[in-house]
Design a protein around this ligand. Sequence first.
Ligand code: ADE
Length: 262
Amino acid sequence: MRYDVLTLFPDMFESVFGESIVRRAIEAGRVEIHVHNIRDYATDKHHVTDDLPYGGGGGMVMKAEPIVLAVEDLLGADLVARQKDTGRVEVPVVVLTPAGRTFDQRIAHEYGRHERIVLICGRYEGIDERVSELVATDHLSIGDYVLSGGEIAAMAVIEAVTRLLPGVLGDMRAIVDDSHAQGILEYPQYTRPSEYRGQEVPEVLLSGNHALVARWRREQALRRTLERRPDLLADADLGEADRRYLARLCDREDEDRNPQRS
Ligand code: ADE
């Protein structure tokens, strides 16, 4: 997998990609990350990359031309034009922006199937819309809050996609059990000691009974999802036993709220 990142702050990426799973993936030859300074593609004497917004309003807007030229230089103008014309995406060209669709594990898997991705990091009040019209194939947000730029969002996307690539994580079970891997949150984990400040590790985890452990973990994952992210349950892949367990939990909650009715 090759990532090309377009940014005005290339140094931001050094420490993050110099550590962690991404560094291991680079060292193993599994991914390449090329960080490009958008300023290098500005054609004027002062390498200007931003300007005032048409129509007024505060702040500055990133100019279209340096970004369009950078993407065409990396991918070739023909490929860029072809995927805009046909809608068939060969190399995703992704703008990181709070105005994008929300990035999630499903999109991480979708991107993991590509050989190459271009990530464009916005700054200031945004990017001239012609970048979206001429070169972008997608717009991603990492959540409903505003960062000072798309760099941290691009790092999040790269990390989430990279750890899904075959051979990057030593233990593939970790991926299967991850929060969001099956549409619900991950079950609680414990390690030694078995008692800490009066809090005991649930007995079932010490039992050595794999079937009971698996059932307990599934139920805890469902309970945690119901408590923290009930919105996920609507689309989760749930079996009959899962539904029965959730129904029992909801009944119990109702009883706790209205004790006089039971
Ligand atoms: N740039 C600024 N805020 C962002 C966000 N929430 N997601 C992606 N890019 C951003």
